[in-house]
Design a protein around this ligand. Structure first.
Ligand code: NAP
Length: 446
């Protein structure tokens, strides 16, 4: 049996692991980038080395019997769903949630207004990120949303470049961060502090940045009945509130940068004519049910840079049904559903299945469920019947005929070695190579 797993982030790799360990199954992990690991490599913040070290565990999956890496291969362009149906008994789509949600407010597309996704991709050295996308000539930046991505963006903006120079950030990113003019970073939540999505560990880190005063207005920490219930039920929320209350009681020490956490402020418009000049925030109040209502008060916050960090969204997969509203592929226990009926041989795992939630480990359970459905379908004869015997070399021949430069595991190992060598020449563990041509050269293809 041959299975294609599309995407080499945690969900795809955990699915590949369960399949390979089931025995008698060959797994091709097909990845559109030349490098594996998805958001662990290109999403987890560079200064979160401990979270990134999960790569050591994920790496072992590629050495399991029957597992191959086919990098730099884009499904939909280099291989169609029909090609996959010919080459594989089943396909698990684990392509994640690639795009950002929008705010749908005036001024959102002004120059200087970006999605957090773009900034994260840029500082992570994502091959698709434009090298000169950010200059950080702004003195004030507003980050909209209070999830962990907003916290990552705020931390990277607020930290001194010297403290990031030990990470694997590409050189061009460090150069811009060294020249950054940022003085104030505002992180803005439309609901109350008890409704914020960030986790305590990530929140607490903001208060530990040496050059930064964290500023919280006690008036933003008001609670209502629904907040009290939420706090009573969740120790994590209580810890968040404790941290925020401690900051609200701090006196700023006049440090070079300030990080302001604001709640009960709904972004109403990004201000400016050609370029961003600020954000209009509508003051909200808690409605007693976990939501908020607008008040008559609005404030204009001067800023030259805006990041919307309001969640990710999946993109439709050619030939598969799609739930536009939630940005996911409809499924039952990982089986892709068209009009409520399972599409034979097609499965989903990870964010394209359940939406952009949870931590890396959440994907292990998620992938197990999907693979269990696939194995059940194999055993009950519900998978499509192959037209001919499948030859593992065939897919490589198809790709070679189409001029696709496939990066196999050896190619990735060459990139890995090149990044480690570059890093060591600069006194750090790794320096990322950015840009697809440079990566393909490092993979010794050019
Ligand atoms: P998230 O946790 O869902 O947070 C999204 C934020 O955007 C929420 O505060 C939400 O507020 C706000 N928002 C949504 N629509 C809005 C609108 N129209 N106007 C204003 N605010 C709006 O998403 P995320 O931060 O992108 O994180 C995605 C996942 O990755 C999460 O599971 C996260 O924990 C995980 N992650 C983890 C780490 C880590 O562990 N270190 C780091 C990064 C990401 P409402 O609640 O009011 O909707």
């Amino acid at each position: 049996m041959r299975v294609a797993v599309i995407g080499s982030g945690p969900s795809g790799l955990y699915a590949a692991e369960v399949l390979a360990k089931a025995g008698g199954i060959e797994v091709d992990i097909i990845e559109r980038l030349p490098c594996p690991y998805g958001l662990v490599r290109y999403g987890v913040a560079p200064d979160h080395e401990k979270i990134k070290s999960v790569i050591k565990t994920l790496e072992t999956i590629f050495s399991l019997d029957g597992v191959r890496f086919l990098g730099n291969v884009e499904v939909g362009t280099d291989l169609t769903l029909d090609d996959l149906r010919q080459q594989y008994d089943a396909v698990i789509h684990a392509s994640g949630a690639a795009i950002d949600r929008r705010l749908n407010i005036p001024g959102e597309d002004l120059s200087g207004s970006f999605s957090a996704t773009e900034f994260v991709a840029w500082y992570s050295g994502h091959p698709d990120a434009q090298v000169d996308r950010f200059t950080l000539s702004a003195t004030a930046a507003v980050v909209i949303g209070v999830g962990n991505v907003a916290v990552d963006v705020a931390r990277v903006l607020a930290k001194q470049a010297d403290h990031l120079a030990v990470t694997d950030m590409p050189d061009h990113v460090l150069d811009v961060l060294r020249r950054s003019h940022i003085e104030d970073v505002y992180v803005v939540g439309r609901r109350g502090a008890a409704q914020a999505k960030f986790t305590t560990k990530e929140l607490r880190e903001l208060g530990e940045i040496p050059n930064v005063d964290v500023i919280v207005d006690p008036a933003d920490l008001v609670l209502d009945a629904a907040s009290e219930v939420a706090l009573a039920e969740s120790s994590a929320l209580r810890r968040n509130l404790e941290v925020l209350t401690e900051w609200a009681n701090r006196t700023p020490e006049g440090r070079p940068r300030r990080l302001h956490l604001r709640f009960l402020a709904r972004p109403e418009a990004v201000l400016g004519t050609d370029v961003v000049e600020g954000v209009r925030l509508r003051r909200t109040e808690l409605d007693g049910h976990g939501g908020v209502t607008d008040t008559d008060t609005a404030v204009d916050l001067p800023a030259q840079l805006v990041f919307r960090s309001v969640g990710y969204k999946g993109v439709p997969i050619d030939g598969l049904p799609f739930d536009e509203r939630n940005g996911v592929v409809p499924h039952q226990e990982g089986r892709v559903l068209r009009d409520g009926v399972a599409v034979p041989g097609q499965y989903v795992a990870g964010w394209i299945k359940r939406g952009p939630t949870g931590v890396i480990g959440t994907n292990r359970h998620d992938a197990k469920e999907t693979v269990a459905s696939l194995l059940e379908d194999r055993d009950s004869g519900a998978l499509p019947v192959p037209a001919a015997t499948r030859d593992p070399e065939q897919v490589l021949k198809v790709l070679a005929n189409r001029g696709v430069e496939v990066v196999l595991w050896g190619g990735w190992q060459a990139i890995d070695a090149a990044e480690l060598a570059l890093g060591q020449s600069q006194g750090r563990e790794r320096a990322k190579i950015s840009g697809r041509p440079a990566l393909l050269t490092a993979a010794q293809l050019k």
